[in-house]
Design a binder for this molecule. Structure first.
Ligand code: CMP
Length: 143
């Protein structure tokens, strides 16, 4: 089953948005395969955001993601990578449609509430950075 990595960033956690965000993906029909509230180390932040290391905002990005707890999640289901990106909305909340997570809750590109993998390659890489295999759980087949 297709899996993606989603992370409520420190702004979303601090503002008490974890429940609302989780509810959206549950109601859509996706399954939560793993989740944890955690601090991101500087090393993990630099690895996770490696593709942006030449950007002028890289330092800001690392400082922000390490500034407080994040809620890291793995979600699974049909087309979850693309559908979750749609549910998150455009990277810059000012361009994100109302009804999307960033459109409803965000104002600025730095503090844009949530991160989600943008491709199947990123999903595999990011899940591997944040989760051990045994932290991803199977659902009951009896229901
Ligand atoms: P995310 O999906 O976590 O992936 C990279 C992040 O870089 C992106 O969300 C934004 O939060 C951040 N970002 C993109 N452009 C800028 C910018 N111009 N200034 C600060 N942060 C940015």
């Amino acid at each position: 089953m297709e899996k993606t990595f989603l992370m409520v960033k420190p702004d979303g956690v601090q503002r008490g948005l974890i429940g609302d965000i989780v509810a959206r993906f549950e109601k859509k029909g996706f399954q939560l395969a793993g989740a944890k509230l955690m601090n991101v180390s500087e090393e993990l932040a630099k690895e996770h955001y490696g593709e942006h290391k030449e950007r002028p905002f890289f330092g800001e990005l690392v400082d922000f993601i390490t500034s407080g707890p994040v809620f890291a999640m793995v979600w699974q289901g049909e087309n979850v990578i693309t559908t979750a990106r749609g549910m998150m909305g455009a990277t810059n909340p000012k361009d994100a449609n109302l009804g999307t997570i960033r459109g409803d809750f965000g104002l600025t590109v730095g503090k844009n509430i949530i991160h989600g993998s943008d491709s199947s390659e990123s999903a595999v890489r990011e899940i591997g950075l944040f989760f051990k295999e045994e932290e991803l759980l199977e659902y009951s087949k009896l229901m």
